[in-house]
Design a protein around this ligand. Structure first.
Ligand code: ZN
Length: 225
């Protein structure tokens, strides 16, 4: 069995030696949320998915590596402001900084994932407004990715199902309903259609909460009472 251990690395931006705690390797048991968030125990390892160099503030899954141009983004006022933005939990800021780097380097799909991960941190901290801001940002980035021909997931309709969840949980019900309606008219595969129908039901109930893919399946095959 693996136990939490430490990773020593040299920051690719400033050259400082950094030490990070890495959790025990984990998989997930049980259904994912509709926004792909895995079940436990993987769910709780999120704090270690992106790391922050304590010296220069570079945030990345592996601060020992940096894409070309990343060091310049770290200096931008927008990045410096996000690093310690009081509105967001600290780990959410780390994800948002990684998201800003990806956005600035022209990788909106990766930036969208990072923003969604920031929303999950906000969910865990019970801070609603920042969670909605992160989801709105993820939705905008996802759409920008589409314009560039980038998709987050391969199956047809999977991105739209994720977008519907981002918008619903951000409280943007009208936009979410439009995404669901448009995608259902394209007759997606049954798994996606089930999820979209669950989204439609949640939107109709003004439900902004987290729900799982398993619920979408139950909705399709209701258990007789
Ligand atoms: Zn550094």
């Amino acid at each position: 069995m693996l136990h939490p251990h430490h990773l020593n690395t040299t920051c690719a931006v400033c050259g400082e030696t950094c030490r990070f705690t890495i959790p025990e390797a984990a998989s997930s048991v049980g259904s994912r949320d509709l926004d792909t968030r895995p079940a436990e125990p993987l769910r709780s390892t999120i704090y270690a998915w992106v790391k922050r160099c304590p010296s220069c503030g570079y945030c990345a899954p592996d601060p020992g590596k940096a894409q070309e141009g990343a060091a310049d983004v770290v200096k931008l006022p927008r990045y410096r402001g996000q690093l310690d933005a009081r509105k967001f939990p600290g780990i959410a800021n780390t994800f948002l900084c990684w998201s800003i780097i990806q956005e600035d380097l022209g990788l909106p799909a990766r930036a969208a994932w990072a923003s969604l991960h920031a929303a999950w941190v906000c969910d865990d901290e019970g801070v609603d407004v920042p969670a909605r801001i992160c989801r709105k940002r993820a939705a905008d980035l996802l759409r920008r990715g589409w314009e560039k021909g980038e998709r987050l997931a391969a199956p047809e309709g999977a991105d739209e199902a994720l977008l519907a969840d981002l918008l619903r949980r951000a409280g943007r019900f009208r936009e979410a309903r439009a995404v669901v309606k448009e995608m259902l008219e394209k007759n997606p595969e049954p798994v996606i259609a089930d999820i979209l129908r669950l989204q439609a039901r949640l939107i109709a109930a003004s439900d902004r909460g987290a729900h799982t893919v398993a619920e979408a399946r139950r909705f399709r095959h209701p258990v007789p009472l």
